[in-house]
Design a protein around this ligand. Structure first.
Ligand SMILES: Cc1ncc(COP(=O)(O)O)c(C=O)c1O
Length: 419
């Protein structure tokens, strides 16, 4: 592993204890099937930017308007990143400084409304994110949060129901986007709803930003007042966030990010984001986005063909939710058994779940990371078979050994890009 070996070599000399822990995590990533849909594998070039001397530089402000000297190079780096983001997503303005998706959302609310105002987001157990108004998040503490959910019959958004809810609560901000919704959003319908009730539309495309970048999901940019995203999920960049908006909102967004929510930008992360955005200008990445969706569709078909139930009957995007209620299983038990077999998934609530959030009735699966490793539809058939086999016999030692050997063989055939 040239990339990994070089980095570990430097670390081993300085801090063998930490180096051993990093080696352990590298081995885990190398030898397990990563099906958590919010995770991905950053390229060696992204790692090179992240692990650079840019981490030494303070640069509060924006390019050309800094509070520090010595910014001539980092100004160019941040401007390049902004320019690439604007171009890739056809956005008028990009702020590339948010440290993560949650701080991007925090800045977006600050740019769109006042503390105490009503925001209307998707219910957490229907797929929404903590930062869309959960009472344990800043978003539910600082703002008056109300929620909409999916229809019980279809487990999909019914935009008439969203409109009815919006008329009822008259939000200042309508929030769309989710962490666990396996379907695409109708952004034009959401725009009409926001307009009808006089709300701003905030779309959080944290999960599907890479699909939008690759043309495999409709873009919210023409419809939303503000779009937020993370750069470490389907976008395949470093850990981080980003905000896109029309020029008319640029000043408010920039002020909300700094000094509103954050201090100095992490320029090493911004350089990593620039590298990831550049990769999206290549045709391979468009192909990657299509393959993520095709792989998810194939995995979903394979699971359903083996009698497993998926929320809403499948997927349009990169993720799916397995409903464990018909099997009388719980998310935690399945997640832990899968960990033992070298298949990483995460337990997740499903719509109208009556189980606790700590041990919900679903498991979330996705294809971004395995697709980055180069796996295709044939491997999705194998993964569907492994998931179904293991789930049918969670405590069987022989099953565990068989499934983990096959999962490991798949990983060995499609290594991480760090060698
Ligand atoms: C829809 C959505 N928004 C925001 C976030 C928050 O991102 P971060 O963990 O980078 O704060 C997530 C993370 O999973 C997410 O799924």
């Amino acid at each position: 592993m040239a990339v990994a070996a070089e980095r570990l070599g430097v670390l081993e000399a300085a801090d063998p204890e930490l180096a051993a822990l990093l080696q352990g995590e590298l081995d885990r990533q190398e030898h397990t099937l990563e099906l958590i849909p919010s995770e991905n594998i950053a390229s060696p070039a992204v790692l090179a930017a992240l692990g650079s001397w840019l981490t030494n530089k303070y640069a509060e402000g924006t390019p050309g308007r800094r509070y520090y000297g010595g910014c001539e190079w980092v100004d160019q780096i941040e401007s390049l990143c902004q320019e690439r983001a604007r171009k890739l997503f056809s956005a008028e303005h990009a702020n590339v400084q948010p440290h993560c998706g949650s701080s991007a959302n925090m800045a977006a609310y600050m740019a769109l409304c006042q503390a105490g105002d009503t925001i209307l987001g998707m219910d957490l157990s229907h797929g929404g994110h903590l930062s869309h108004g959960s009472p344990v998040s800043f978003s539910g503490i600082l703002y008056h949060a109300e929620f909409y959910g999916v229809s019980e019959a279809t487990e999909r958004l019914d935009y008439d129901l969203v409109l009815a809810r919006a008329r009822e609560v008259r939000p200042k901000v309508l929030v769309a986007g989710a962490s666990a919704y396996p379907r695409t959003f109708d952004f034009a319908a959401l725009r009409r709803i926001a307009d009808e009730v006089g709300a701003a539309l905030l779309v959080d495309m944290a999960h599907f930003a890479g699909l939008v970048a690759g043309g495999a999901h409709p873009s919210p940019v023409p419809h939303a007042d503000i779009v937020t995203l993370t750069t470490h999920k389907t976008l395949r960049g470093p850990w981080g966030g980003m905000i896109l908006c029309p020029e008319s909102r640029a000043k408010d967004v920039d002020k909300a990010v700094f000094p509103g929510v954050q201090g100095g930008p992490m320029l090493h992360a911004i350089a990593g984001k620039a590298v990831a955005l550049h990769a999206w200008s290549q045709p391979e990445m468009r192909d990657y986005a299509q393959r993520v969706v095709a792989n998810a569709a194939r995995l979903a078909e394979g699971l359903m063909a083996r009698g497993l139930r998926l929320v809403s009957g499948g997927t349009d995007n990169h993720l799916m939710l397995l409903d464990l209620r018909p099997l009388q299983l719980t998310g935690r038990r399945v997640q832990e058994a899968f960990d033992r077999a070298g298949i990483t998934v995460n337990r997740n609530s499903i719509p109208f779940d009556t189980a606790s959030k700590f041990n919900p009735s679903g498991v979330r699966l996705g294809t971004p990371a395995v697709t980055t490793r180069g796996m295709g539809v044939a491997e999705m058939d194998e993964i569907a078979a492994l998931v179904a086999e293991l789930i049918s016999d969670l405590d069987g030692e022989a099953t565990l050994h068989r499934v983990s050997a096959r999962a490991r063989a798949l990983c060995e055939a499609f290594p991480l890009p760090y060698s």
